[in-house]
Design a protein around this ligand. Structure first.
Ligand code: G3I
Length: 412
């Protein structure tokens, strides 16, 4: 006879199996370019860099496709060097240009690591983008808390932003001038100041999440942007996560860039909006291509660039259906950028799964969120990206959104 505890365990296992099946059912079957033998063969070389001149020719301006690097050489130095010679042609410092790394003591700058990443890019005939001059996170120990509002706005920010930007010189495609100012719980109809105050982050409070106001207006952001405008010949970027859809946080981004345009006199044609795109291969955890395109087009109408700045894409399970879904979504993000008139930079965050900031067990499915696995081997998405570039370089018309699944989008 079956004991009650065995019955409970049996019922639980049915529930768990049913839930797992449900999760799998949410992962659609997708159609990929690499299902076509022509694109499959073409993608095998993974030599995206050889295609980039043709991509740029079609775009009418240089297209920058890249990933992160940390100075000095990574543990997998040969692998990394090979990938920045063949697959990626654009580099951003993962941490080395941030405030804690560049100005560890006030007015005592240590720019060698940041410049080292830029130098590494030059050695690989790759371009370089700057990340970042102002962020509430990864601050040096002497910040926050130890400065007054007026010192911060009139001295600390202008000195930091100008010194870091000047040290990298003229060969930078764009700088993230301010990073992640806007609240995750923003609502429609907030003013730009409300969008920022609602985040409860330094420097509108003395410490993140604190209750003591420090700066009560956007003067700190204006200071960063006005300084960057003086020294950065490239695009000046507002960079944030969980943006790009038609939602309140994205609406705040539009409020903020309008505010910077009016009150800090930043011309729209010098501005870009960076969509970090730390997303997941599950409905609701990524922005559908049509929504991305609507947002990019709205920026284009203002004369503002759109950039994908930090893409990674976790998956729910490490099986074929999820790996293909990952390829479809990443491909859609790339297509949204390629076929937009104002998108010239697409940067992926972390080069391989073993060095990703997203790790298994941290709440992002099984992670595996980068373009190469933990041994540096390519995945379906790695090839699909090469195929998308090839198709664009050939002059083909934009195709449907593959993440919608085969019911709605079959690509060949
Ligand atoms: O430098 C120390 C080292 O001395 C120490 O031994 C070690 C022990 O944990 O920590 C090292 O610092 C780490 C730092 O990266 C440099 O490696 C921090 O712990 C770690 O938290 C930090 O993580 C970075 C994270 O930003 C900080 O929020 C990630 O590498 C970096 O990928 C991530 O990047 C951010 C973007 O800048 C902005 N958008 C979100 C994105 C992902 O979080």
């Amino acid at each position: 006879m079956t004991s009650p505890s065995t019955m409970v365990a049996f019922s639980l296992s049915i529930v768990v199996t049913a839930l797992a099946a449900l999760a799998q059912a949410q992962t659609p079957n997708v159609s990929l370019l690499i299902d076509d033998p022509y694109y499959y063969d073409l993608a095998q070389s993974l030599d995206v860099r050889s295609l980039l001149p043709f991509v740029s020719l079609r775009k009418g301006a240089a297209f920058h496709w890249g990933s992160t690097y940390s100075y000095p050489a990574a543990a997998e130095a040969n692998w990394t060097s090979e990938k920045f010679s063949t697959y990626w042609g654009h580099i951003v410092a993962e941490n080395d240009c941030k405030w804690y790394a560049t100005e560890p003591e006030r007015q005592d700058f240590t720019l060698s690591a940041c410049e080292g990443v830029s130098q590494y890019a030059a050695e690989h005939f790759a371009t370089f983008r700057g990340h970042n001059t102002f962020w509430h996170n990864q601050l040096p120990a002497w910040l926050p808390g130890n400065v007054t509002a007026s010192d911060l706005v009139n001295n600390v920010i202008p000195t930091h932003v100008s010194t870091v930007i000047k040290s990298l010189g003229w060969n930078v495609t764009s700088w993230d001038v301010t990073n992640e100012l806007i609240s995750d719980t923003a609502t429609y109809n907030m003013t730009s100041l409300e969008c920022v105050l609602n985040a409860d982050r330094w420097p509108t409070v003395t410490y993140d999440g604190g209750s003591t106001p420090l700066v009560t207006n956007l003067s700190f952001a204006y200071a960063a942007w006005r300084t960057a405008l003086m020294y950065d010949p490239g695009k000046l970027v507002y960079n944030d996560y969980s943006t790009g859809a038609q939602d309140a946080k994205t609406e705040c981004v539009f409020q903020l860039i309008a505010d910077l345009n009016i009150n800090a006199s930043i011309p729209y044609n010098r501005m870009g909006v960076g969509f970090q795109s730390h997303v997941g291969a599950q409905e609701g955890y990524y922005v559908p291509k049509a929504e991305l395109e609507t947002t990019f087009a709205r920026l284009a109408a203002l004369g503002v660039d759109a950039l994908v700045t930090e893409m990674d894409l976790w998956i729910q399970a490490n099986d074929t259906i999820n790996q293909r879904y990952q390829a479809a979504i990443w491909g859609d993000y790339l297509d949204a950028c390629l076929y937009a008139s104002n998108c010239f930079e697409f940067v992926n965050w972390d080069n391989r799964d073993d060095t990703s900031w997203i790790t298994p067990g941290d709440g992002h499915g099984v992670a595996m969120a980068t373009l190469f696995d933990m041994y540096g081997n390519p995945k379906p998405v790695t090839y699909e990206i090469m195929a998308r570039f090839a198709r664009y370089a050939e002059g083909a018309a934009e195709m449907c959104a593959t993440a919608l699944g085969t019911e709605s989008c079959t690509v060949y």
